[in-house]
Design a protein around this ligand. Structure first.
Ligand SMILES: [Zn+2]
Length: 428
């Protein structure tokens, strides 16, 4: 048995009982430690601090943090090996590669302790809080090839973590009928994938009248779970549908608990800020993350290009981890209009979601004057639905924008396997 995995999990689990103040104390201590570590050991961050004329000891309060400039993915890519702490290299680290959906591919690297915590202990803590038992079976349906999924399964079976959570993998690109065969033989307690994957799975099972081993717990991640898709999943699988917010570069940042309102931030693993920079309404802003436990490649004030807002108050589930609402992720775009206005994806999805008769949709800005709405209709769709979409989107955008509504049986995923609800094809 791998005692380290167990130890890391036990340590994280203890934090669930802490008061808000005690969690904040741990977070601040870890934040200070990682700033010191980054300044002393990571050339990229030493230069960043030096360029601003600041030292980690100058960061005494949360307000002081903004003195450290934001880190972007572009900066990390061009910094090369300068983002590694002394003593770490790709050779002695675990890595995760992000696909190029928002530009250049980038690999982030983790030391083995951080890997155990972020890939295992924190996930187990979050899944257990949503009712998954120790030793339960879960299948991740991921954006990888079927061969890669096979390799991951071979590794998973041998991993000590298999004792705590029997995790298996499938390729989201594989045929759904193959998935169903696997579900019937492995009998999972939970599935974990993109919200839109479940939507396709449900359509397939219903159309073909398939009875299969349906798990009672569904975890969604990597895309924004729009209310329409959530409702569809809950209607089919039952109420235990929980969404997770994370990114490949930093892993799972926040997750929905059984109260299903906002998402609990893993405050003991991340420090999360919202950077409004005057471009977004109210409390919404870009999510900026500092990773607290990865010594190999710390990320400090890293802008993940997702939008969110922090929520005040406590959660009815009793956990004191702070709360965030990811508003819209990198997989949706903001529309820029001719008069210079920017329209948030939220406004656009609100416009379409109130129209009845829609199974799935995608709003695509083709040019500043043309918007295409792809609709996968259901029985309730009619001519009035189309008129309503036209009217709602013109209200949200501009009366002069041309709205084309196109009915389709299939709305394609992006090359990275994810699905964009709102997509702009003009350069931002
Ligand atoms: Zn909660």
């Amino acid at each position: 048995m791998n005692l380290n995995l167990l130890y890391q999990y036990w340590k994280l689990k203890r934090h669930e009982k802490l008061s808000e103040l005690d969690i904040k104390k741990i977070q601040w201590k870890r934040l200070k430690d990682i700033l010191d570590h980054a300044y002393n050991n990571v050339p990229f961050y030493r230069k960043k601090f030096d360029d601003e004329g600041i030292k980690p000891s100058d960061i005494k309060t949360e307000e002081d943090l903004v003195r450290i400039p934001i880190t972007t993915k572009e900066q990390l890519v061009s910094a090369g090996t300068d983002i590694f702490a002394e003593g770490y290299s790709p050779k002695n680290c675990f890595s995760s590669k992000t696909s190029g959906s928002t530009g250049e591919p980038f690999s982030s690297y983790f030391d083995s302790k951080a890997w155990d915590i972020l890939k295992f202990a924190s996930k187990l803590r979050a899944r257990r809080a949503c009712g998954l038992a120790v030793g339960a079976r879960i299948i991740n349906i991921e954006a990888c090839s079927a061969e890669e999924a096979n390799e991951l399964n071979k590794k998973a079976k041998k991993s000590p973590a298999d004792l705590f959570l029997k995790k298996r993998f499938l390729s989201v690109y594989d045929k759904i009928e193959n998935h169903i065969k696997f579900y019937n033989s492995f009998k999972p307690d939970a599935l974990y994938s993109f919200g839109t994957y479940f939507s396709e799975l449900i359509d397939f099972a219903k159309e073909n009248k398939i009875e299969w081993h349906k798990p009672k717990l569904i975890f969604t991640s990597s895309e924004i779970l729009d209310p329409l898709t959530r409702k569809k999943i809950e209607d089919y699988f039952g109420p235990n549908v929980y969404d997770i917010y994370g990114t490949t570069e930093v892993k799972e940042v926040a997750w929905q608990c059984t109260s299903k309102s906002a998402y609990h931030i893993n405050d003991d693993l991340y420090y999360v800020e919202i950077n409004n920079n005057g471009s977004y309404p109210e409390n919404i802003g870009e999510i900026v993350i500092t990773t607290l436990v990865n010594k190999a490649m710390p990320l400090i004030r890293y802008s993940v290009k997702d939008l969110g807002c922090l929520e005040k108050g406590s959660c009815s589930c009793g956990l004191n981890f702070s709360l965030i609402k990811p508003v819209y992720g990198r997989d949706v775009d903001t529309f820029s209009l001719e008069d210079g206005r920017k329209v948030s994806p939220y406004q656009l999805t609100m416009s379409v979601e109130q129209v009845p008769g829609i199974l799935q949709y995608q709003i695509v800005q083709k040019s500043k004057k043309d918007v295409l709405v792809k609709i996968k209709p259901d029985k309730g769709w009619n001519k009035e639905s189309e008129l309503k979409i036209d009217q709602e989107l013109k209200n949200a955008l501009d009366p002069n924008v041309k709205i084309e509504v196109r009915l389709t049986g299939n709305i394609e995923r992006e090359p990275n396997g994810k699905f964009k609800v709102v997509k702009s094809e003009i350069s931002q």
